[in-house]
Design a protein around this ligand. Structure first.
Ligand SMILES: [Zn+2]
Length: 1010
């Protein structure tokens, strides 16, 4: 028998007696008995044979020679599928890579074309499966099917229709035209689109119709193709199809996918004015109404998610067809600015966010969609594919698959090992406890860190390192801290929640789904002239809040605000007799309302501030105050300049509110509020040539909400706010009060662009230098993205546990671990009410690979701390806290070399060390879901903390932790929105996780010693 039985999986084998050669020769010659022999071999032997280059070559050659023999093709396709899909992850990955490298895809393509070109012959399911699986792994799939002819063959067969394409082949065709380039070429094939439309109309089965519509959708994404389709009356044909489908929506199994695809197509047409007219004159509104009527009963039946989704899609199509209006502030430059320091070296600034944005802009929307799926950090470039989201598609396979060759080059550059960091000795002073020990409170000199001078200059507003003689209250501390916080905008007040301290743990609130919201919007749109004969609402819109008119210039700089206070309690119950509308305010820390426009008696359109110096817009975070309200009146708020194509606000999330009236009545705290919540693309457009705007269209977040008290003062926000001043005031109180067995040092490691202090906390139990040196070190960071205030609440829970609690677990954690925490990586962004960037206008979680000292001092110093930690005490764990706006639960992103975009990252014997943190968290954190974790390393993430620190500093356990803004879809909190309690609990769970990791590693070490 073959001598390969003893070979290990994955290792190439010798064949001393040449018995394999004979089989290989027969395979290459197309001997069906050799195929049978190969198929019959035991799994292990078969794998060993395929592991050799000659074995693989002979097998693929045999497929080509025997392309028209169904049994052979099936046997070989199943053989290769099994080879690729069985075994451990590392084995599977290596084998897939081999098959890709040996260009299996091209062989399969030739086999497919051969089979398709013969009448009555078709592809077998196993062959298509194998092609799809291989195609998912091969980064050049789109290129190969274009050049190799498969795409063209399938298109032609669809046109000829002599042997109609089966559903599987239609799926395959849809895959072939996923890249914009292929879709464009397919759209140009004579009679192709006409044939697709015809087949869709003629289809008898819902699935076949949906596949044709999907193909039509993919080609119609191309603008030119679309205008061609417009002249051949495709919109009218689609509307007719929709009319025909409408009654079927009452069925138990409605043609939901086809309906969504028609809606998606009509939305594409509605992107142009001419298309919009065409869609409307074809009778779209009445067709939609018929569909909506049919769905009515299904929606009323609680829990029919699909019906609700269809209803929302139909309504948003109607809203999309509302005549476009100019964006209210179009062309009006934002009055606040911040002048950036000049940078010295061009080479470094080349790798900053600006350039990166440029790169991203060059990529096509589909490629972004492909990358934007599972592999993404929240910080993903937006998947510009609304339809995919409507279908609930998870795009992409593993982050590196299925991408178009046109937009993705596997280049080896872009990877830079940090060499231009400052002399690390400058940062070693922040690890003084290793040298000098951690003395108890009374004995501490606090002399180790320079008090007067920080390493980068003035220690402006930093928390005193020495403990004050008398612990102060939070309300005193916040008054003090706000004075020193530097901002580019002059503030009018301290917001009430920050003034009184919003750390109130309230009961869980369920996710809230609004089924009627989009219908309200659509019927209003219909009323307002969407249908002929409709009349506009008579209310005359007026601006009731305008930040632009109140801004005091600071000439491009940032300053401290001086003394501020809050008199909200005194304002309660007092209506402003001169005003018959709500009053707005957002001139406070993290506030960001630019304008409020009253468009109806109780309807307000709101516009959020842009981020200064931004390369591209990010409007998501909001925080503002309302007053002058009637009791129990329903007010509708519509934020009209959102940019993301989808939002968790349609998946049960509500905004948060803090009512001063409620606080006065003894019920203080942030609660989730609002009903009739919806999120959709609105009628506003902005000309592409208006400076500072890349996006030419906007989305609205709309919610309705009634206040209980007349003349209340109420704060509304995207998520539970957590300001920089509040952090500093909280730390001031905690560090002053903590017990003497805790060693805590609060160092200023540098200053942000605006001159706000960057804080590093070092926390451990008191001990001698020797004791401290034996402890493990963990590093936690948070809030690089200012809109992600949930990250701060997690950090709040973590620090509170370490500094203000004393149970057995935390005591042991402090005795075994030195905690290094940078609780606010981007204070300027938080202060300004940004969502994403720093004052440099850059996403700071994209510059970790090469931070510029002048432009990104925040990351420059933070990275130096981690680098110094790696050199002095090799940290056990690095974890950066984030918030996620499109997913539920709390989860991790980590680095699996096997799932990296760089082939050279793949290691022969991977350690799975990175997974253990998730396993531990899964066991102790109710909010955590390891199912949501992702371990891929995408090209676009090279500048993120977790990838850069893993790649450059070798940190195996380097993570991004994401927590949903919305809530939970699994675990004990399933069905509930996330609250402050749950966020703080995650913080405590992280301390426990660090302790477990530390014990686990100790066990491993002692076992090695034994
Ligand atoms: Zn983030």
């Amino acid at each position: 028998m073959y001598r390969i039985a003893s070979a290990e999986d994955g290792r190439s084998i010798d064949d001393p007696d040449g018995s394999n050669d004979e089989l290989l020769n027969r395979l290459e010659a197309g001997d069906p008995t050799a195929v049978a022999e190969l198929a019959g071999m035991a799994r292990r032997e078969r794998s060993a044979l395929l592991d050799t280059a000659a074995g693989l070559h002979a097998t693929t050659l045999a497929m080509e020679v025997l392309a028209n023999d169904d049994a052979t093709i099936d046997a070989l396709a199943n053989l290769l599928l099994g080879y690729m899909q069985e075994g451990k992850t590392s084995v599977r990955t290596r084998r897939s890579r081999r098959l890709v490298q040996s260009d299996l895809l091209s062989s399969l393509q030739r086999v497919l074309i051969q089979r398709l070109s013969r009448p009555l012959s078709s592809a077998t399911d196993a062959l298509i499966d194998l092609f799809v699986v291989t195609g998912n792994k091969d980064p050049k799939t789109q290129f190969k099917v274009r050049v190799g002819g498969l795409m063209h063959t399938l298109c032609q067969q669809l046109i000829d229709n002599r042997s109609p394409l089966t559903e599987r082949l239609l799926q395959l065709l849809a895959r072939c035209i996923r890249s914009p380039r292929n879709a464009q070429l397919a759209g140009r094939i004579r009679d192709f689109t006409k044939a697709v439309m015809q087949r869709a109309s003629d289809a008898r089965h819902a699935d076949v119709m949906a596949r044709h519509l999907e193909i039509l959708y993919l080609v119609a994404k191309n603008k030119k193709t679309r205008s061609g389709l417009l002249t051949t009356g495709v919109p009218a044909k689609l509307v007719a199809l929709m009319e025909r489908i409408a009654p079927m929506l009452r069925d138990v199994d409605p043609p939901a996918e086809s309906t969504l695809l028609i809606v998606g197509l009509l939305k594409l047409f509605a992107n142009s004015r001419k298309g919009k007219e065409e869609v409307l004159s074809a009778g779209m509104v009445s067709a939609c109404e018929k569909c909506l009527d049919a769905l009515e009963t299904a929606v009323d039946k609680r829990g029919d998610k699909m019906a609700t989704q269809l209803q929302d899609a139909l309504c948003s199509l109607c809203v999309r067809c509302v005549p476009a209006e100019k964006f209210p502030l179009a062309g009006q430059p934002f009055p606040l600015s911040f002048t950036l320091p000049r940078t010295r070296t061009r080479t470094i600034s080349k790798s900053n966010g600006g350039e990166r944005v440029g790169e991203k802009r060059a990529t096509t929307s589909y490629a972004r969609a492909a990358d934007g799926g599972r592999s993404s950090d929240e910080d993903q470039e937006e998947a510009d594919d609304e339809f995919a989201e409507e279908l609930g598609e998870e795009s992409g396979g593993s982050g590196t698959s299925d991408m178009d060759d046109d937009v993705r080059e596997l280049k080896g550059d872009g990877i830079r090992v940090q060499s231009d960091m400052p002399v690390l000795s400058k940062y070693s002073k922040f690890f003084v406890e290793l040298e000098e020990g951690a003395p108890s409170k009374d004995k501490r000199k606090y002399g180790s860190v320079p008090k007067k001078k920080s390493i980068v200059g003035n220690a402006n507003g930093s928390i005193p390192a020495a403990l004050p003689p008398h612990p102060i209250s939070y309300s005193q501390a916040i008054l003090n801290q706000v004075q020193h916080t530097r901002s580019i905008q002059r503030w009018a007040k301290i917001a009430y929640p920050e003034m009184v301290g919003p750390d109130r743990e309230l009961p869980l609130q369920p996710l809230v789904f609004s089924t009627n919201a989009m219908r309200l919007v659509a019927s209003k749109a219909a009323r307002n002239g969407l249908e002929r004969g409709g009349s506009k609402d008579s209310f005359k819109s007026r601006i009731v809040y305008s930040l632009d008119s109140m801004v005091e210039g600071r000439e491009g700089g940032a300053e401290a605000n001086g003394k501020l206070t809050n008199d909200d309690r005194a304002r309660l119950g007092k209506m402003d007799a001169r005003c018959d509308h709500l009053l707005f305010e957002s001139r406070f820390e993290s506030g960001n309302l630019r304008a409020a426009i009253q468009t109806d008696k109780t309807h307000y359109e709101l516009i959020l501030q842009p981020e200064v110096n931004q390369a591209r817009d990010h409007f998501q975070w909001f925080y503002f105050e309302i007053s002058n309200c009637e009791a129990n009146a329903e007010y509708t708020f519509e934020i009209v300049n959102c940019l993301k194509t989808s939002s968790m606000f349609v998946h049960g999330m509500q905004p948060v509110a803090f009512s001063v009236g409620e606080a006065a009545a003894g019920r203080p705290g942030w609660v989730r509020v609002g009903h009739s919540i919806c999120y959709y693309r609105n009628q506003y457009v902005i000309d592409a040539d208006v400076a500072g705007h890349r996006k030419d269209r906007f989305f609205s977040l709309r919610f309705t909400f009634a206040l209980r008290h007349k003349a209340d003062v109420c704060y509304l926000a995207y998520h539970f706010p957590y300001t920089n001043s509040m952090l500093r005031a909280t730390l001031e109180c905690w560090t002053a009060r903590c017990v003497s067995s805790i060693y805590v040092r609060n160092d200023e490691i540098g200053l942000s662009l605006a001159g706000n202090a960057l804080t590093l906390l070092s926390i451990t139990a008191t001990g001698t230098a020797k004791e401290v040196a034996e402890r493990d070190t963990v590093v936690f960071t948070a809030r690089v993205h200012p809109g992600e205030s949930n990250a701060s609440w997690i950090m709040h829970g973590l620090l509170e546990y370490l500094l203000a609690c004393d149970d057995a677990i935390v005591r042991e954690a402090r005795e075994r671990i030195v905690f290094k925490c940078i609780p606010m990586l981007n204070p300027d962004g938080v202060v300004a009410g940004n969502h994403r960037c720093s004052l440099a206008g850059h996403d700071l979680n994209r510059v970790w690979d090469s931070p510029n000292r002048s432009l990104h001092p925040e990351i420059f110093h933070a990275k130096a701390i981690v680098q110094a930690a790696c050199e002095t005490c090799s940290p056990l764990l690095f974890l950066d806290l984030h918030g996620h706006s499109r997913r539920s639960n709390c989860f991790l992103y980590g680095n699996n070399p096997d799932q990296s975009w760089r082939p050279s990252d793949v290691v022969s014997s991977p350690t799975l060390e990175f997974v253990d943190t998730a396993e531990i968290l899964e066991g102790i954190a109710p909010a955590f879901s390891s199912r949501n974790c992702r371990w891929s390393v995408a090209h676009s993430k090279e500048g993120s903390a977790r990838v850069a620190l893993w790649r450059q500093l070798g940190l195996q356990r380097a993570y991004t932790m994401e927590c949903s803004y919305a809530g939970f879809e699994s675990g004990p909190y399933k069905g509930y929105q996330v609250g402050i309690s749950e966020l703080k609990e995650i913080g405590r769970n992280l301390v426990q996780t660090a302790l477990t990791l530390c014990k686990k590693d100790e066990d491993t070490r002692s076992r090695v010693v034994e």
